[in-house]
Design a binder for this molecule. Structure first.
Ligand SMILES: [Zn+2]
Length: 289
């Protein structure tokens, strides 16, 4: 756990998935990425799904950032992506802090790709539904234009969206839309970084101010291996935009000591980064357990 501003922040591994290594590294050849990661005989690399838990005890605010792949998987799909989701991981972490699921006040939905937010909902009556929100007391923050995109994705990215993960949130009245290109801060000590390269209007929270900031960097930098500028995913809808966004983030790391919490690294929850944007180097790993 680290403390940033008024927030106690932890990173929880909710499970693991395997995605095609070539898709995860775009134009980078396998001879470069394979030695750095765990590749299986189907060319899939091991990824964690991580949730950030940020607690402001004085305001009784409990924030989850993303919720993992969830439990609503058919055996066929679970096998395709080697999905192993621990349905109890977030509950046990909350319980270790003297809290429970009902105490979650806010869920930040960075974006609606199934590996980030299948865990927003559960089946209530066995497989295929209906689905219900897993955090019924929480406001669910999502950018209005990402919500629109998820309902009308491109041919390239439609496989990443599963309506059962989020359709019932609207009916349940728990959505809190973030709007515009410079949205106001959601809470004291938290600002939004809006990203478009991976998917339109991904919202990434930045906790703290000045030289004490931590950003959940989402799928702009999914693992510590993805720090170099050109190491961007083939999944991205606009890879050159991802590179420009990554440059801004890495410059903030160098200039202001911005710390990064990573969404998919199996071993590394977060890092501090030195060097330059063109040659970034990890200077320390963060203890976010
Ligand atoms: Zn994604």
């Amino acid at each position: 756990m680290i403390t940033v501003d008024r927030y106690e922040i932890r990173s929880i591994v909710t499970g693991h998935i395997r995605l095609d290594g070539g898709a995860m590294f775009g134009v980078v050849p396998k001879v470069l990425w394979a030695p750095k990661t765990d590749v299986d005989d189907a060319n899939r690399i091991l990824l964690a799904t991580r949730t950030l838990i940020a607690v402001d005890r004085s305001a009784k605010r409990v924030i989850l950032v993303d919720t993992g792949a969830g439990t609503k998987w058919t055996p066929e799909k679970a096998q395709r992506y080697a999905i192993r989701h621990d349905g109890e991981a977030i509950d046990s972490a909350l319980s270790g802090m003297g809290m429970n699921r009902e105490a979650v006040t806010d869920v930040v939905v960075t974006h609606l790709h199934f590996d980030h937010n299948g865990g927003l909902t559960d089946w209530t009556n066995g497989p295929n539904g209906p689905a219900a929100p897993r955090y019924p007391n929480a406001r669910h923050w999502i950018h209005k234009r990402h919500w629109a995109h998820a309902h009308n994705p491109t041919t390239k990215d439609r496989g990443s969206f599963i309506p059962a993960d989020y359709a019932c949130l609207e009916e349940a009245g728990v959505l809190q839309f973030v709007e515009g290109d410079a949205p106001p801060d959601p809470w004291p000590g938290v600002a939004w970084f809006i990203s478009h390269g991976h998917t339109p209007y991904q919202i990434l929270p930045v906790f703290g101010e000045g030289s004490q900031k931590l950003m959940f960097v989402g799928d702009v930098i999914p693992t510590s291996i993805h720090l170099p500028l050109a190491w961007v995913m083939a999944y991205d809808v606009e890879p050159l935009v991802t590179i420009a966004e990554k440059r801004r983030i890495l410059e903030d790391c160098r200039r202001d000591g911005l710390k990064l919490a990573l969404p998919h690294d199996p071993q590394v929850a977060g890092v501090t980064v030195g060097g330059t944007a063109d040659r970034p180097a990890i200077t320390a790993r963060l203890d976010l357990a």
